[in-house]
Design a protein. Sequence first.
Length: 409
Amino acid sequence: MCEDFDVAIVGGGMVGASLACALTQTRLRSALIDTLPADAASHPSFDERTVALTYSSRLIFEGLGVWNSISPLHAYPILRIHVSDRGHSGITRLDHGLVGTEALGYVVPNRALGKALYDCVATHPGCHKLSPARATAIDVNEDHARLTVESDATNRTIRAKLVVIADGGRSPLTDELGFKNSLTSYPHVALVSRVHTDRTHDGTAYERFAGAGPLALLPIDTKQFALVWTLDEEDAKRLRTAPEVEFIGELQNTFGDRAGIFSNPATRYQYPLALSRLTDPAQPRVVVIGNAAHSVHPVAGQGFNLGLRDVAALADTLYEAQRHGNDIGSMPVLDGYCRWRRRDTRAVGVFTDGLINVFGSRFSPLVTLRNLGLTAIELMPPVKRALLRRTMGLHGPRSRLGLGLRLSD
Ligand SMILES: Cc1cc2nc3c(=O)[nH]c(=O)nc-3n(C[C@H](O)[C@H](O)[C@H](O)COP(=O)(O)OP(=O)(O)OC[C@H]3O[C@@H](n4cnc5c(N)ncnc54)[C@H](O)[C@@H]3O)c2cc1C
């Protein structure tokens, strides 16, 4: 049996599901394929993590029409960010007033995001959901690509003018197609949890560079933080299962008491960290987006935000191609998308990797320099503003969705 679509999306995680939602605003028929239903307990994308969304991602979700179902129940505003370097005096404080937006960003539970995105596509006749289903092979010819999809222990064939790979780098498809990837694994992992504190945080997020890497506290609920702590693998392994008292003691010792006295840690999870980027994310009839195309250290909460900007640019590109009667899987169309995304993808990779290298160094001249840097930024509001606009995704060419508009507006 062979089913025909305009677009087949391999991977219905945060990025793939966002694209499926965007395509409901076009006349393109899409298939969204994922190994697991979005509400599965072991879903690799919609898990117990929270994601820090930039203000520009909020605008994209507004354009997608899902922001109202995420906010106000599930989006915790980040009003200011406090950046510090453990054991040194340099600090920088970034406030939403500097850029004049309601917030710098929002912290949203991944599961809430998944629910909103799947609600968006649930009843749309143009989006066909296939899960649990696994794309296992791809074959490309001149006017379509053919995917082999394993579902209910049977193989089916999906034929599409364009295959979008948004599998988070978890399937062999990009290797099978010969996409070239530059990959560096960081010698650290992220330990993720939630902790209570005895103080209200007033919307303050903290990024503290300490030991192996950054420790981020993202404001959720009134007296709770989501924790993302970069650690050596050995330390992460020990702290993941350590008794609560030991875990809280080490966290408090590393972070200090600026955010209050911590207690009640939730279950702890561990994630590997890598920097990767495909040299060229498109081939005839195939384009790769999200983590499958680039992954970055979560230091500044940029990975998904970058993937969502892929979604907004690709949706815009495909909408325009269809409107003008162009072939959505052809290289002229996909090249336009690649040109649009190249600079942003590179810049975010360089920025996050630079932060890790500079703040991970124990070389004393560099330690002095980075502290001078933090102090200098603190004293220069125009520099802060420029830095914020970049990290908030408000810099460079914006897509229609990125302006908070629908594709057809
Ligand atoms: C600890 C940590 C904290 C983070 N915090 C932030 C943050 O605050 N802000 C931010 O912007 N980013 C953050 N990120 C990054 C963010 O999680 C990723 O960028 C995001 O999950 C990428 O989404 P994705 O959909 O591209 O890939 P994934 O989330 O990996 O999803 C891939 C999907 O593809 C499916 N799949 C795989 N293979 C197949 C196949 N063969 N067939 C069908 N389906 C398949 C999987 O089931 C999965 O659903 C963080 C990352 C980590 C590790």
